[in-house]
Ligand binder design. Sequence first.
Ligand code: ZN
Length: 338
Amino acid sequence: MTAAHIPTQMRAWVLHGPEDIRIDERAVPGIGPSEVLVRVGSVGVCGSDKHFYQHGRASSDVVTEPVVLGHEFGGTIVAVGEAVDDSRIGERVAVEPLVPDWTSREARAGRYNIDPSQKFFGVPGLDGGLAEYVAVPQGNAHAIPDTVSDNAAAMVETISVALNGVEKAALPIGAQVLIAGAGPVGLFVAQLCHAAGAGRVGIVEPNSARREIAAKLGCEAFESLDDAFGDVHAFIECTGVETVRHDGFYKVRPGGRVVFIGVGGDDASVPMSQVIEREITLHGVMRYAFTWPTVIGMLANGNVDADSLVSRELNFDHAVEAWTDPDAGEIKTVIRVG
Ligand SMILES: [Zn+2]
């Protein structure tokens, strides 16, 4: 079933190689029986998108053929496959870009985010959201209420990473937490720690403008890790900086947790005496599983604010500026497609 006025051709920002991104004319994707066609509203720009643009790779994903970037997006359903209820046409949605392989061992155990056969929109192998239309499996398109903006819908992805990290921290009520990095992920981690009943939330961030935003969100903000308080229940690392990864262990109380969200170098040193003698638990964070309904609910209830973290909006034609014209005060750049 289709709403009226879907063209056959569309425009998409296609990354052809390092520092080579262009608007290409493409066919509007067809939809399978269990898919929906989304007219894209907003797309968030992520650090990994910048790595793809600059180096043609991010973590272990390498650009070997042209790819449409964009894994943080939402929009409006304009057509549905034959197995999807027609009533979804016109629904506003936030799209989960992770496509699980539901036959896999990890997905069956409820951990589809750590299944190696998962697919992901906006990385090589599956074109992403920086296009006028995207076809997605119906289960990946989550309805949002009218009170959640298009920009917030795009940021459900980032908030989901933060939520997974805070869940890994397993905070008791009234916990003391220290976060490294006040970028979008760190600032969402801070908001979620407050929502989870933390008593004291500190954040370490060298950029003073970002520290001010963190302070407005109820955090104690510190310029360096040395200045920050210790004895925390959890240290949540959102920078990927090697020295920060290492030094954070000394901020954690005995029996505490160190949670690694930030992506950085492949190797980092770990003070093993801290881990062994004080029984510190290390936890990695890979994307998320089953977080969209929770995050959408928190946005709708005002437990988390996403809109205030949008530092720049670019329209579709100017999307390349997200990469070529860095914004000094950047928190989250959002591209408006629709
Ligand atoms: Zn991202």
